[in-house]
Design a protein around this ligand. Structure first.
Ligand SMILES: *Cc1c(COP(=O)(O)O)cnc(C)c1O
Length: 415
């Protein structure tokens, strides 16, 4: 690999205003490891490790049930408000609870209960989202229209706008997981409203990666996970957003005691809480909930605009390197930075074997998405330019070595 890329990588790292944030993450015990999968599972903040230690060494063993009033009960709301700042939501419109899939079920159900009509989504949406929407369509006896991407990368907004007539709900991922394509959420939300529909956006690949202005864009409903760019840890609870004007109008389908107006009055009948609390269900998982806050604090400290500038600079640097040194790969993400999230996808017929070698022989961890997509996640809080150079250089070596036979290569349970 040409030395010029290393030199440029080192120079850009030296000029990086966010470089100090890397030290706020627990170093892995493999010094050479290059981690480019923060879009799947973010790294562990040191603050999260400390906070989990506080919960397991002090709060649970010694404070016991008193911990609920001292530290735990309000966490879904306080951490929700911090995530709200990351996504540009108003105060008290975000709650941390349940998983992304379950929150999608709850909010899409709430939307469908409030108006007649079909569901409109697209074929780049994340499969769990499609399944949940299909299940709801089945339950409600509604139609799901799945818009097809013309190129597997983009979905032109006009394709949505043609389908919105007679819709109850537009729902998809604001940044699509495979290509990284970013929808114009403000425009499509306004189009949904003109058709009388609500818009529900999945922010899993967007929050903590790109600037979001959920309140200003007048978004009705949103959900997202906390373990990708928010660095909340494996299986950490998800969040949901409901526009302030809809909070008392919509009701969700799972009537649990935490969504009751007075959970500790132990009434025999359900009365939905006023405001966001009605979108919760039951007792929050405190040990994983406490792990979320430190990562969100780091994002707020770094500032989403600075993170986004670095993400654009890094992805453009990576794309230049790929064009010049890895012509065998096809870039299957939008070229225009303003039309994508914070990962770059490459396709290659032997992508699976290549990813296996990258991980086993070069300690570079991207991820693989069947059938032939290699995703390189850029998490500007901790990704360095030099790591991107190492990734490109390792890919070059793997291609030069050849011998990329994929026969007998099984898929891991998690890829
Ligand atoms: C990661 C991701 C999910 C994950 O859903 P879980 O319920 O946490 O398993 C859902 N949707 C999108 C768009 C995602 O990127």
């Amino acid at each position: 690999m040409h030395k010029k890329w290393h030199l440029e990588g080192l120079r850009l790292d030296a000029e990086d205003p966010l470089s100090a944030f890397r030290a706020r993450f627990v170093p892995t015990d493999e010094p050479g490891l290059v981690y480019l999968d923060g879009n799947s599972l973010g790294r562990m903040p040191i603050g999260a490790q400390e906070r989990i230690g506080g919960a397991t060494n002090r709060e649970w063993p010694h404070r016991l049930v008193r911990g609920w009033n001292e530290a735990w009960y309000s966490l879904p709301k306080t951490i929700g408000n911090k995530i709200g700042q990351v996504i540009g939501a108003d105060q008290d419109s975000v709650l941390v609870c349940d998983s992304t899939s379950i929150n999608l079920y709850k909010l899409a159900h709430a939307a469908l209960s409030s108006r007649p009509g079909k569901i409109v989504t697209d074929d780049l949406n994340f499969p769990t989202d499609l399944y949940i929407l299909q299940g709801l369509a089945h339950q409600f006896g509604r139609e799901v229209v799945v818009i097809r991407s013309p190129d597997g990368i983009h979905i032109p907004p006009e394709l949505y706008e043609k389908e919105l007539e007679g819709a109850a709900l537009l729902s998809t991922s604001l940044v699509e997981f495979m290509s990284g394509f970013r929808h114009d959420a403000e425009r499509l939300t306004a189009s949904a409203h003109r058709a009388g529909a609500l818009a529900l956006w999945d922010l899993s690949h967007a929050a903590g990666a790109i600037p979001l202005e959920i309140a200003r864009w007048n978004i009705d409903l949103a959900i997202g996970c906390t373990y990708k760019y928010l660095n909340g840890g494996p299986g950490s609870p998800a969040y949901l957003y409901v526009h302030p004007q809809l909070q008392s109008e919509l009701t969700q389908p799972i009537w649990g005691w935490f969504g009751q107006e007075k959970p500790f009055a132990f009434d025999l009948d359900y009365e939905p809480a006023k405001g966001m609390a009605r979108f919760s269900v039951g007792t929050p998982p405190i040990l994983s909930l406490v792990a979320i806050e430190a990562g969100v604090d780091l994002l707020l400290k770094a500032g989403i605009d600075r993170l986004w500038s670095k993400s654009v600079a890094q992805s453009e640097f990576l794309v230049r390197m790929i064009h010049e040194t890895l012509p065998e790969f096809e870039i299957v993400s939008p070229f225009d930075s303003s039309a994508r999230g914070s990962h770059i996808s490459l396709s290659h017929p032997q992508a699976h074997a290549i990813v296996r070698k990258l991980i086993a022989d070069f300690q570079v961890i991207p991820d693989f998405r069947a059938p032939n997509c290699l995703r390189i996640g850029i998490a500007p809080l901790y990704t360095s330019y030099e790591e991107l150079v190492t990734c490109a250089e390792s890919l070059r070596k793997i291609l030069d070595q050849g011998n990329l036979d994929e026969t007998g290569l099984d898929l891991d349970a998690v890829t």
